[in-house]
Each structure stands twice: as structure tokens, then as C-alpha cells.
Design a binder for this molecule. Structure first.
Ligand code: PLP
Length: 469
């Protein structure tokens, strides 16, 4: 399997070559040259596999330059009941006939990003060790991504994480989750500013190319192809969990921000998984819903991006969306480059009325949105009806999914975080606080380890220099 850029300007690369790099040199995203096609016989055989074995079948098709035995070991080490809470890894719960919840948030940070990130940690460690290299991951976080990355990279050889977060601006739970890590290779840097300041600092450090090279600075952003690939697995797993034969179709509803999760569903569908609809749900930051409703893709400015009760979906642009448009154009890199020329300059593109717009319906994507009040009433309703508590992100997917499913026989709603992470909204909905999973009860009482710093690039660089030898 070779990888290309969505903008056509990258010589074909292997999986390991794209694993540790961010954007392609031409500003595009790495995509496989073709999607492996899974036929009826394979689909039937895969139905019987446990999570690890299924993950190996899916991932070995994308990561074919890692020797099979090594990949198998990396996968087996990642998807264990100890890390993900059950041998099913991503269990499906049926609320009523035809309505299901796919639980993706039983990993260490209680959100779905762990599923891909835990594998990424092992893949990074493996690839670095092979080439005797090391990596200093520099990132900015307002919550979920940073902690998921830290829990995936903690204790990994050859890797250090320098994570910038806005001092005093994350929830107490999120802060405690990150700052309580005592691993020597994890550095939390609390910046006296807002999230945008943290992001600007990361950009400033990364644009100093000689510093970046000398200190092996890298990132773990949501455009990493390995993360998408790892997420494809649970679409297959969930399909097998709710159907008996390959003649049946299912639909998924996916709370979306950067288009990473639903992009994996899209790839699963392109590989031949019988998915009828992929229902994309956004919150008040509805860049993606706007596109799928009207053909207009218009990323927002930081000032237009709202802080909502489903904060992990508060995005101004959807970084993985370019991968979908690449497929929509029939893999026409020239066209993608054209479209993103205006996007990269802060503009937009509008496909309404074009041939491309007519073709979007071939991809089975429906979309909708929710506001805070609707999420709260969905949480309340789901609790009353099924005695199940869901978080605000999952509630968004449930609301939009149930609205748009039509006569779809199976709707699988993707659960992306545990309610325990968003106890304020849960309290607002049902009048009590959600219980925490075992081991997280006294999280805020644990000793915290972090470095507080002003918004100052030279201080960040100095800190990295002093702590990476
Ligand atoms: C990241 C995240 C999302 C959005 O997923 P994308 O892949 O960015 O679309 C939804 N819910 C939660 C809880 C998340 O952490």
C-alpha cells in the first residue's frame, strides 16, 4: 500500500513513512492509493473474530510495511481488557430493537480518542526504535486530545510529550487527569493565557525549522492516517454485533468535530461494509452540517467559534474533511488543490448546483445539529426511557440520529465520552451527578505535576531544550 497526498504533490510513500509526519509537503493529507475491498467471503469470516484479530485483518491492509508478526503484537498489546475495560473493547448496547449504543469510551481517558491514540503510542515507539530515533511531541490542548495523547505516550521509549494547556481554563477533572501523570517523559506546561495562545506557541516553535529539526519536534494531530485506520475497526465490529448476515444494512450516527471519526466510517463503507447512512451530528459549531445541507464549506474564525456543552466538537474547521472531498471528486488532487486555495486563505467554497454536489448523495451522509437545550433534554429522555446515562457529545448524536434515521433498520449511535467527564450537564439534565468508573473517584486529590509559564515562545523553547537530552 502506497500513500499519496490529497493535493497530489507527494511522491508515493509507505505507511511507516507517513506515520510520523503531519501534513504532506504540499499542505494536503496522506491517503491510501486505493481502499482495500472486502468481499462477501471475507466479511463472513471476519464476523467470528475478536477485536484484536479483526483489528489485525483491517490494519494489516493499510500498514503492510510492518512485518505481520510485529503488527499482530502491537495490536494485541493495545486492545486488552485491562486498558479498555472489557474483552469486547467496544461493546454494543441495545436500547431497544434497532437502536444501539456503540461504547467507545472505556479507555484510560474515558473518551473515544483513546482507541486510536493507544495504538499510535505503540506504533510510534516501534517505528522510532527501529530507526534509533526519538521524538518530542509538542501539542496544545483544551482537554481531550492532550490527555488522550499523554496516556498513550506515557512511559514510551524515545518519546517525550510537551503539552501546552491554558492555565485554569480546563475542567477540574480534565486538569487532574493530565497533571496527575508522574511519568518522566510527560511534561504539562500550563500557559497563562487562552487555548489560542497555546496553539500560537506551538505554531511559533514548529515554524523555527532548525529548532524543530534539532529537537525532533513532532505532533499527534487528528489528521494522522493511523488514527483514522484504527477507528475503521469498530465500524466493522459494531456491524457484526447487531446483524446476523451480510445482507443487512446498518446506519451510524456520529458526533462530529474534525471529521475524524466519521471519516473512518466513510472508509469502512468504501471498503464494502454494508452501511446505509452515516449520520453526521454537529453542535452549535455547525460548519459540517452547513456543508452537507447547502454545499457551502466555510471554516469559521476563532471569534465565531462558540464554547458549548459538547466542547470536544467546538471546531472552526474540520481538518479531516479534505479526505472526504478527495473521494467526492473521484480522487482529483488538482480539484482539491483548487478548492483549498481559497480555504487556506481564510475563504470558503460552494459546491451547490455543481456535478460534485449531486454526487454527495452517493456517499450516504446525512447531517443535523443540536443545541444545548436539545442535548440536555435528550440526556433526560434517554435516562427516563432506558435508564442509561449518556454524555453531551453522545446526546448530540442520538438526537440527530433518531431524527434522521427514517426507516433504517438499525441505528448505531456512537458514544464518544463517558458522562462522568461532563457531570455539570448531567446534573442539569437529571438532577444528580454521574458515578465515576472505578479508579477515578479521587482523581482531583492526586498530587499534580506541571510547569506554569507566561505566553513566551523563548521560555517554551528553553524548557524543551532543558528537558530533552
Ligand atoms: C474528538 C471528539 C469528538 C469529535 O470527533 P472528530 O473525530 O473530531 O469528528 C466527539 N466527541 C468527543 C467526546 C471527542 O473527544
Amino acid at each position: 500500500m502506497r500513500y499519496h497526498s490529497t493535493r497530489g504533490g507527494m511522491p508515493p510513500k509507505t505507511f511507516t513513512e507517513i506515520l510520523l509526519s503531519g501534513l504532506a509537503p504540499d499542505g494536503g493529507l496522506a491517503v491510501p492509493e486505493a481502499y482495500p475491498q472486502i468481499g462477501a467471503a471475507e466479511l463472513t469470516a471476519w464476523r467470528e473474530l475478536d477485536y484484536s484479530a479483526l483489528a489485525f485483518e483491517v490494519l494489516s491492509r493499510f500498514m503492510d510495511d510492518i512485518p505481520a508478526q510485529d503488527l499482530r503484537q502491537l495490536i494485541d498489546r493495545t486492545y486488552t481488557p485491562k486498558i479498555f475495560g472489557s474483552s469486547e473493547i467496544t461493546p454494543v448496547q441495545t436500547l431497544e430493537s434497532g437502536l444501539h449504543l456503540l461504547h467507545l469510551s472505556n479507555g484510560p481517558t474515558l473518551a473515544f480518542k483513546d482507541i486510536a491514540m493507544q495504538l499510535l503510542g505503540n506504533l510510534f515507539e516501534y517505528a522510532l526504535a527501529k530507526n534509533y530515533e526519538e521524538l518530542n511531541i509538542l501539542g496544545a490542548t483544551s482537554g481531550d486530545t492532550g490527555s488522550s495523547a499523554e496516556y498513550a505516550m506515557r512511559g514510551k521509549r524515545g518519546i517525550r510529550v510537551f503539552m501546552l494547556s491554558p492555565y485554569g481554563k480546563m475542567s477540574r477533572f480534565q486538569t487532574a487527569q493530565m497533571f496527575s501523570l508522574q511519568d518522566e517523559n510527560i511534561f504539562n506546561i500550563a500557559i497563562e493565557g487562552v487555548f489560542d495562545d497555546c496553539q500560537d506557541l506551538v505554531k511559533a516553535v514548529s515554524s523555527d525549522h532548525s529548532f524543530k529539526q534539532q529537537y525532533h519536534i513532532g505532533t499527534v494531530n487528528s489528521i494522522n492516517w493511523a488514527r483514522i485506520a484504527a477507528q475503521i475497526v469498530y465500524y466493522f465490529k459494531a456491524y457484526f454485533a447487531v446483524t446476523r448476515s451480510n445482507d443487512e444494512q446498518v446506519s451510524f450516527s456520529v458526533p462530529s468535530g474534525n471529521f475524524g471519526n466519521i471519516c473512518a466510517g466513510h472508509v469502512a463503507r468504501m471498503m464494502g461494509l454494508p452501511i446505509r447512512h452515516l449520520i453526521l451530528a454537529t453542535n452549535e459549531n455547525d460548519v459540517l452540517n452547513e456543508f452537507f445541507r447547502s454545499g457551502l464549506y466555510r471554516p469559521r474564525t476563532a471569534g465565531e467559534t462558540r464554547h458549548t456543552s459538547s466542547p470536544s466538537m467546538d471546531i472552526s474547521k474540520a481538518s479531516n474533511f479534505e479526505r472526504f472531498i478527495y473521494d467526492l471528486t473521484g480522487r482529483d488532487a488538482m480539484r482539491v488543490r483548487e478548492l483549498w486555495q481559497s480555504v487556506d486563505q481564510g475563504g470558503a467554497f460552494d459546491l451547490f448546483g455543481s456535478k460534485l454536489w449531486a454526487q454527495t448523495k452517493d456517499f450516504g451522509i446525512l447531517s443535523g445539529t443540536s443545541n444545548h437545550a436539545e442535548r440536555i433534554s435528550t440526556i433526560r429522555e434517554i435516562y427516563r426511557k432506558y435508564n442509561v446515562l449518556v454524555d453531551t457529545h453522545t446526546a448530540d448524536g442520538l438526537k440527530v440520529g433518531m431524527e434522521l434515521r427514517g426507516d433504517d433498520a438499525h441505528l448505531i449511535c456512537v458514544e464518544t465520552a463517558l458522562p462522568a467527564k461532563f457531570s455539570e450537564s448531567i446534573h442539569e439534565a437529571v438532577g444528580f451527578e454521574p458515578t465515576r468508573p472505578v479508579g477515578y473517584e479521587d482523581l482531583e486529590a492526586l498530587p499534580q505535576r506541571f510547569e506554569r509559564m507566561p505566553v513566551d515562545v523563548s521560555r517554551v523553547k528553553q524548557f524543551i531544550t532543558e528537558h530533552s537530552n
